[in-house]
Design a protein around this ligand. Structure first.
Ligand SMILES: [Fe+2]
Length: 359
């Protein structure tokens, strides 16, 4: 791994994987899967300035081959003629696609806010039987590349570059000098951090609320246009059809359907969010899993805090207070189970998605 900052991240997006590669020094990268070589999508030029690069690979291809090789050449000086380039170095990773049809194990984390070690402890819950790792926003502050690539390091450490992961953006990730670069470290579709995905028997969508207050809030000094972005996202949702899979769910940092998160200055665009909710209901998902509140929660479809009707429960499955807590989710045909796992290994609560629990 001499040229790599950390293990690659194999991220779900639509029916592809987007592999995120972080290198230590400027150079070009490419990924070999079987006999095919994949390049960063950069108009025919292999990028060498950015230390993070993305590679879009069809799931079908990597799922069949079950391994990929990251290759790198150091670029010492990209002269106009005869650049100075180092020797090719390569590292091969085994890859484990989700091939189970039942008992699929997912670790869900959110609201990390720089607590990487605690999050890693939570993520170790399933040991070698982990199938999917989810990080749902508020990673750290988007104020330096060093902070941004700690997300890649976490995912690389947890998955070993050999398991799929899913990443959603949180409101804090939109803040800081390098906020515009955070999506370099995440899968995106057409430049946007909301998209649908499939993975074995799972399908679903990742939503992106952007900031948690209106664009004209003085904290932002008019540097965002999330109100338009959320409307565009509604257009996407209206057209969306999820792949037909036994287990469908949605990942969204902000529980926009609950008054617990959407009060006062945070109660933004209620009509648009109600329309989001209607479209998500149409998709027939089993649950939405959220973060943001810094408080574990389960919001059933009949919970009085619901801002608009919906038929799915909402799991707020992460908490940073008192040590990191995440969720160990097992998708089961007999009923999906959720365990709230503290970084100490203690199970704070266990329930089936269908039945939930009383607050
Ligand atoms: Fe948040």
């Amino acid at each position: 791994m001499s040229f790599l900052y950390c293990n690659p991240n194999v991220l779900l997006v639509k029916n592809n994987y987007e592999i995120i590669v972080n290198v230590l020094e400027q150079g070009v990268c490419y990924i070999k899967v079987g006999r095919k070589t994949y390049y960063a999508n950069n108009t025919g030029i292999m990028p060498s300035v950015n230390l993070v690069q993305k590679f879009l690979i069809p799931q079908k291809h990597l799922d069949k081959q079950k391994s990929y090789t990251v290759c790198y050449k150091r670029v010492f000086e990209r002269k106009s003629y005869f650049p100075e380039v180092g020797e090719e170095q390569c590292v091969t990773y085994a890859f484990k696609p989700i091939e189970k049809e039942d008992n699929v194990n997912m670790i869900y984390t959110a609201d990390i806010h720089g607590e990487w070690d605690g999050t890693k402890k939570v993520a170790s819950y399933f040991g070698d039987d982990l199938d999917l790792f989810v990080v749902n926003g508020d990673f750290a502050e988007s104020d330096s590349h060093e902070n941004l690539r700690k997300l890649s390091k976490l995912i690389g450490d947890v998955t070993g570059g050999s398991l799929p992961a899913l990443v959603g953006r949180g409101n804090h990730d939109t803040r800081g000098a390098l906020a515009e670069k955070v999506t370099d470290y995440m899968a995106t579709y057409d430049g946007r951090a909301y998209f649908d995905f499939v993975a074995g028997p799972l399908s679903g969508l990742v939503l992106d609320c952007g900031e948690d207050k209106l664009d004209d809030h003085p904290e932002y000094c008019s540097l965002n246009f999330f109100e338009q972005y959320r409307k565009d996202e509604l257009t996407f949702l209206k057209k969306l059809k999820l792949a037909d899979r036994p287990f469908k769910f949605a990942v969204c940092h902000v529980p926009f359907m609950s008054s617990r998160s959407m009060g006062g200055v945070f109660d933004i665009m209620p009509e648009t969010y109600a329309k989001w909710g209607k479209e998500i209901d149409r998709l027939g998902i089993e649950f939405v899993i959220c973060g943001h509140q810094h408080e574990l929660d389960y919001v059933s479809s009949t919970d009085p805090r619901n801002k608009f009707p919906h038929s799915y429960p909402v799991i707020v499955g992460a908490n940073i207070h008192g040590g990191m807590v995440g969720s160990a989710v097992t998708f089961k045909k007999s009923g999906t189970t959720v365990k709230y796992v503290h970084e100490s290994g203690e199970i704070l609560r266990e329930f089936t998605v269908k039945d939930g629990y009383e607050r």
